[in-house]
Design a protein around this ligand. Sequence first.
Ligand SMILES: [Zn+2]
Length: 106
Amino acid sequence: MKTKTPKDDNIGQATRPKHIPQRACIACRQSRGKRDLIRLVYSTDFVEIDLKGKKPGRGVYICSRKKCWEAALKGNRIEYGLRTKLSAENRHTLLEYGGSLPEKED
Ligand SMILES: [Zn+2]
């Protein structure tokens, strides 16, 4: 005999949180609220860290944790996402920033 009650279908509706825009990290592919991600934006000829998330241009998002920055910079995910090439200097700047982030676990 099935034990499911009509009530089960309503679970979650009353407690659903307010809608927060979600973005996916280019390294781990997890969707998170924008506050947990750091935006990178390509402007003129340099990939910049856009801490306020307001700069115009094509952007990608990476979690605010070291592991994701290292993963994103190890491959060409930033370059692919922004359709540009990172110079060695630019990559170094981003790696340094990533290295200053905490080692967070989920
Ligand atoms: Zn991530």
